[in-house]
Design a protein around this ligand. Structure first.
Ligand SMILES: [Zn+2]
Length: 126
């Protein structure tokens, strides 16, 4: 779901809240992968050979890759939401997040929005 569609469907404040919750879900996955990495390194340090060693090496690889992807998604989604939130204040009446999307460009990178309180319009770069 794009930003414009999300704001139209839920309103800006709910959209922002959902983005924060979603991004922190990725943070939780990053944390779990970190625990998995520590456990796998601990398993390797115990010095068991054969299948246990191979299993720990596979766990290190999987947890490392998934953890990096989850961290990137966490940071990307969080920064995206914060960038939108920083532009969600009406310059005329200073209302925060009380806006509606009136138009968007094809790429969905610029939104034309209108304040619900005073009708002021501005462009958000998302
Ligand atoms: Zn306003």
């Amino acid at each position: 779901m794009g930003v414009a569609e999300g704001i139209r469907k839920h309103g800006f404040r709910k959209w922002y809240e959902r983005e924060l919750l979603g991004s922190h879900g990725w943070l939780v996955l990053t944390f779990l992968c970190t625990i998995g990495l520590f456990a796998a390194f601990e398993g390797l340090s115990l010095g068991r050979g054969g299948d246990a060693r191979l299993g720990n090496l596979v766990a290190i690889g999987v947890c490392g890759v998934v953890g990096v992807v989850a961290l990137r998604r966490y940071l990307g989604r969080l920064m995206h939401a914060e960038a939108a939130a920083n532009q969600a204040v009406c310059a005329r009446c200073e209302a925060y997040g009380r806006l509606e999307v009136t138009a968007e460009d094809r790429a969905g990178e610029q939104l034309r929005v209108r304040c619900r309180r005073c009708g002021h319009e501005w462009t958000m770069h998302v």
